[in-house]
Design a protein around this ligand. Structure first.
Ligand code: ATP
Length: 269
């Protein structure tokens, strides 16, 4: 995978569409002060996903849009396209289905940045990952800006290590490790939340089990109560029935006695 062309449109001093052909053997860009050499390098970093306005020597990211000159009005957007030659098919698997890859980043005033890869909308992270897997990117130490050599010579070993890592082609792995660590941390957070929820549910479960026991006891007592009420009613009915039978018998006796008394009275007349 090789850089083959950089196209700038409305980016900093490159107000008109400008193509920089990156052919074999191109090792540097020379020109008078202020002609835009650093802007070229910044465009390269920017299209690869640079997100710090300070790295673009600006206060905000929209400062990369052509700000106007005495003879020309300001532009409303800036666009940088980086063409990659992928004839050797060494691009990361997700993007390895074409011989040429066009990575486009466009920033519009008040609307922010958007990325496209071969015309398809992609996320900033996809573009950053594409370059990280190819061992380059916006923060690649291979992109040397003014004053950076002396900075590197005086740099701490940790910073120098990145150059070696990039040479070994493991920058992508580092980025993935970082992402994996973030995911791991998020998962750990989720696990803690799950533990809390499990604890809450266990408390609820204990209270529900107590309520269930109470409900079962209530049902059992209700059945016993109905049974006892049945027995009571039966007993009352039985007593009333016995009293009625006794009263019946007494009535019959009295009637017999009354009939006998009537007969006696009728005989004595
Ligand atoms: P030097 O050799 O002095 O470092 P250089 O060749 O690297 O210079 P750059 O710093 O890339 O030049 O370009 C600076 C030029 O870009 C300045 O003329 C500046 O006015 C112009 N410039 C930067 N940002 C913008 C912008 N947003 N709109 C218009 N012009 C801009």
């Amino acid at each position: 995978m090789r850089f083959s062309r950089l196209r700038l449109n409305g980016f900093k001093s490159f107000v008109d569409p400008t193509d920089l052909v990156i052919a074999d053997g191109l090792t540097g860009v020379v020109g008078p002060n202020g002609c835009g050499k650093s802007n070229l390098l910044e465009a390269l970093r920017w299209v690869m996903g640079e997100n710090r306005p300070t790295a673009m020597r600006g206060g905000g990211m929209e400062d990369v849009i052509f700000a106007g000159a005495s003879s020309r009005p300001a532009r409303n957007f800036a666009e940088v396209t980086l063409a990659l030659d992928n004839a050797d098919r060494t691009a990361p698997a997700a993007f390895n289905d074409a011989d040429a890859l066009d990575v486009v980043r466009r920033i519009t005033r008040d609307a922010g940045s958007a990325y496209k890869l071969n015309g398809r909308d992609v996320r900033a992270r996809d573009v950053q990952m594409l370059f990280a897997d190819a061992s380059t990117g916006a923060h690649s130490p291979a992109l040397v800006r003014q004053g950076q050599i002396s900075e590197l010579i005086n740099a701490k070993p940790q910073k120098r290590r990145r150059i070696l890592e990039e040479a070994a082609g493991i920058s992508g792995l580092y980025q993935r490790r970082h992402e994996a660590e973030l995911k791991l941390n998020a998962t750990e957070g989720n696990l803690t939340r799950v533990d809390d929820v499990v604890e809450q549910l266990a408390t609820q479960l204990a209270s529900l089990a107590r309520q269930a026991r109470q409900a079962a006891r209530y049902r059992e007592i209700g059945t016993q109560l109905r049974h006892a009420e049945g027995l009571l009613l039966y007993r009352r009915w039985r007593e009333a029935e016995d009293a009625r039978a006794a009263a019946d018998a007494t009535l019959r006796t009295r009637l017999t006695e009354a009939a006998a008394a009537e007969r006696v009275a009728a005989g004595s007349d």
